[in-house]
Design a protein around this ligand. Structure first.
Ligand SMILES: *Cc1c(COP(=O)(O)O)cnc(C)c1O
Length: 424
């Protein structure tokens, strides 16, 4: 057997020799995007709705939903979805703690509070078996996050939700175009909402969109933050009667430069997403038999996909590498020529905002300002979530299918994993 190439961190040659070219550049901007943006700018239609409504029509058509409603960012689209579902004072909402703050923090502004659930350690999405025992009389909804593009296991969650008459909100900010058993994520629960900001897999600048088939959710979202649309969209009497001022005291209209770029990006997205899927699957196929690291992706026969593979991670199994800490593993891969880190989002349940901060002057922490019971969750209460920093690491997010470059990157991870004992 040939002698193993020495690890770069120990003075050997780097596994990655070529430059990454534009493999990681995102979004892909062409003359079409530039022309669309300039057209809005030159005609002074930044605050209009004509381009936005075309974008919404195209977005809804893609998802086969009755409605799509653009927002100025993903955070506001999620808050509108929460309000749309009737979430209000004293309500509890179940959501995973392992996520970006904007999956949950807006609940505070509605007088509601999150109750965090555990994630499945292999999918990083909410564990359907950790939901039902958290439901109380005050539980109003479940928010699922298709985290890092991995589609949440929706069937058992929809069953629980229907049984307890809860609404289901899908946060699709990581998973545009992803499939769960052949169905587009965002169309399975009562409402989907997602960020379209610059770093997401469908990237248009600052922007967000809410999709639903539910007329009441749609109209409540409009009532909350889209006063300009009140006269020609509201029909439900209690909303219609009070039109003209946004109920939320917020203005969530999107800038049409983003909508114009969005229309162009959307046209190309499915094709670009397929290329990303091909490249990312190629990367993991090359690492299938390597000890200590596992792909974060659904099986081929599941009819589930990772969408645009936003924020891609790998699973780290340190027991298979003699207990090598993931931080050491990442340092060694970085030395091979791809800068990697470990972990994912900070667990929300441990942050002061979800423990002691009094946002509105209730004289007590906002987390429990409107609840009868103390829903706070101390360190140790969600062990899987809390162990995620040790279980995950960042992998390259390829935007093009170039096997030569992908192979070099895969080699960097393989090389370190196969010689882990050198680092102990
Ligand atoms: C980015 C993100 C959001 C918020 O979107 P913005 O457009 O940044 O406001 C919400 N949820 C998740 C999971 C996200 O990653």
């Amino acid at each position: 057997m040939a002698k193993k190439e020495k690890l770069a961190i120990l003075g050997g040659p780097k596994a990655i020799k070529s430059t990454a070219e534009n493999m990681f550049t995102w979004p892909i901007i062409t003359k079409q995007d530039e022309k669309a943006a300039l057209d809005v700018l030159r005609t002074g239609r930044m605050s209009g709705l004509d381009v936005t409504m075309k974008f919404e029509e195209e977005y809804a058509k893609w998802h086969k939903t009755r409605y799509a409603l653009c927002h100025c960012n993903g955070t506001s689209s999620l808050q509108a979805a929460m309000y749309g579902c009737g979430i209000g004072i004293g309500d509890e909402v179940i959501v995973q703690s392992l996520t970006f703050w904007a999956s949950a923090t807006q609940l505070y502004s509605l007088g509601a509070t999150p109750v965090f659930a555990e994630v499945d350690p292999s999918t990083f999405t909410i564990d359907p078996n950790d939901i039902e025992h958290r439901i109380t009389k005050r539980t109003k909804a479940i928010i699922v996050v298709h985290y890092c593009g991995y589609p949440t296991d929706m069937d058992p969650i929809m069953k629980i939700a229907r049984k307890h008459k809860l609404k289901v909100i899908e946060d699709v900010s990581h998973a545009h175009g992803g499939l769960y058993k052949g169905k587009l994520v965002g169309t399975i629960g009562d409402v989907g909402a997602m960020s379209l900001m610059t770093y997401k897999s469908l990237a248009i600048g600052e922007g967000g969109v809410l999709i639903t088939n539910n007329k009441e959710i749609y109209e409540r979202a409009i009532a909350f933050g889209h006063y300009i649309r009140h006269p020609y969209t509201l029909t439900i009497p209690p909303l219609k009667r009070n039109e003209g001022i946004p109920f939320g005291g917020v203005k969530y209209r999107i800038n049409q430069i983003a909508s114009a770029v969005g229309r162009v990006q959307l046209k190309h997205y499915r094709k670009r997403m397929e290329t990303i899927q091909k490249a990312m699957n190629c990367f993991w196929d090359l690492l299938e038999d390597v000890p200590g690291i596992r792909a974060h992706r659904p099986s081929r026969k599941s009819r589930c996909t990772m969408g645009g593979w936003y924020f891609p991670r790998g699973l780290y199994v340190k027991e298979e590498l003699g207990g090598l800490p993931v931080s050491k593993f990442c340092e060694a891969v970085t030395a091979e020529g791809y800068e990697t880190t470990h972990g994912a989002n900070f667990p929300l349940h441990l942050h002061p905002v979800f423990n002691d901060v009094d946002v509105y002057g209730h004289g007590k922490p906002t987390r429990i300002a409107n609840t009868k019971r103390d829903v706070r969750q101390p360190k140790g209460s969600l062990p899987v979530t809390e162990s995620m920093p040790e279980r995950t690491f960042d992998i390259p997010w390829f935007k093009h299918y170039r096997p030569r470059i992908i192979k070099e990157h895969a080699k960097a991870f393989r090389k370190v994993a196969e010689q882990a004992e050198e680092l102990l």
